[in-house]
Design a protein around this ligand. Sequence first.
Ligand SMILES: Cc1cc2nc3c(=O)[nH]c(=O)nc-3n(C[C@H](O)[C@H](O)[C@H](O)COP(=O)(O)OP(=O)(O)OC[C@H]3O[C@@H](n4cnc5c(N)ncnc54)[C@H](O)[C@@H]3O)c2cc1C
Length: 466
Amino acid sequence: MAETTNGVIEVDLPIIYRDRSNPAKFYEAVWGRVFNGKRDTERRPYAVVQASNAAHVKAAVELAGRENCRVSVRSGGHSWAGWSVRDGAVLIDLGDLQGIGYDEETQIVSCSPSVIGRKLNAFLAEKGRLFAGGHCPDVGLGGFLLQGGMGWNCKNWGWACESIVGIDVVTADARELHCSKAENSDLFWAARGSGPGFAAVATRFHLMTRPLTSMFNCIYVYPISEYRKVLQWVVDLCPTADPDTEIVCVSRYAPGSDEIQITAGFTTWKPSRADAEISLKSIHDSRPSHAVVELFCDPTSLDKEYTQQAAANPQGHRYCSENAFVANDADVPAVLEAAFTTLPTKKSFALYFAMNPTSRRPLPDMALSMHSDHYFALYTVWKDPADDARCTGWVYDVLRDVERHAIGSYLGDADFQHRRTKFWSEESGKKLMEVRRKWDPEGRICGYLDVDDKSGVAGLRNEFEW
Ligand SMILES: Cc1cc2nc3c(=O)[nH]c(=O)nc-3n(C[C@H](O)[C@H](O)[C@H](O)COP(=O)(O)OP(=O)(O)OC[C@H]3O[C@@H](n4cnc5c(N)ncnc54)[C@H](O)[C@@H]3O)c2cc1C
């Protein structure tokens, strides 16, 4: 960094320009950290800034202003639709901006947005603490927290963004600010649920942590012929189940087989196995018969769980993910039957993620405002580009029917280029678009990637397609 005679700080920007660099190097800078192998390479940024400090972020936003370009942001690169890659934009890649600090007194952890869940929790484990981040080890905190964050045991511990106490940002006009309930509170409100439409670049999050305890799993695997019975059992037991237990139902192909199976999984955080056994006994005792695999209170750890999640979401594959919050009073097994029983490829899976009782309590005042008792998502996984149309076609066919029984969707597993739906309550959706316009009236920060990337300052419409 150097100070010029007129007092302006000049920053040596680590920047790779599209038109001035080796194409292979530029491609790697644009796509190398994007998780999804299905990519729209027609979208070609103007340049990539590999920021390693907040001054780089500020300088990159200033550069975009001078060049009249938009700014796009990447933290962990795990948005399914590659939201960070935008045509003509200055892409600020925060991969090299790494830092975690912990305050023993307040138990608040501060970290850069590109920090991934596995790294954060390895750091916190030494302090006997936990942050309930994303289930996959390498999802970036940035994208995850801004869209709400369905972290570990979200059903009971609430949305991950509820743990944000402050956030440092660079605004669309390149000012460095802190946002909290007390400072720049409307931007702080938006940071908790705006997702990729956040009207600033986050450079640091300040997060409340929770105590780390032991973990145990109960797992029951059934042939798909038992689908209705198993999913109904899970739906019925969720509202009153143990408050330290995350509950999921997943359908996927059995390893090396042509048979789909349905698995009910219960992951619990307890001080000891004896505590876990007491809490999960009623679930175990009420399980449907005919399970082909049963595990009761099997010791596990976040590290083991991360490894399994990474195996279920392999690198180097093509993905299409979509989701819905199914209405509380829907006949859930009937609504999700096609999704759970007709998976298009061997690696794909359908997920039911229980949200009750979090879904039944009033949310704090923040942009995130959409949820129901029943979160449902499809993760369609394949390798061959020739399967693109079949796999994405299956996802949107299934969603078209499910959507009629849904109240909206979660930003994190959605693609606005393919589907219009509701992501916020009426009131919060309107307020969010106003906050966006106030903080970024020129649409400097790319925002929501919809059809032809034209949503700009207007943002998303927050309405069903039908
Ligand atoms: C394998 C896998 C597992 C997942 N598991 C979960 C899960 O358990 N729970 C869950 O809720 N979600 C999950 N997701 C979804 C994931 O949380 C979202 O895709 C999220 O956007 C990824 O964040 P990221 O920073 O890695 O992505 P990026 O692609 O880097 O970021 C996505 C977008 O968010 C915005 N953004 C990111 N960082 C910043 C920043 N610092 N400032 C301003 N804007 C920013 C930008 O618009 C950016 O383009 C999963 C995704 C994958 C691929």
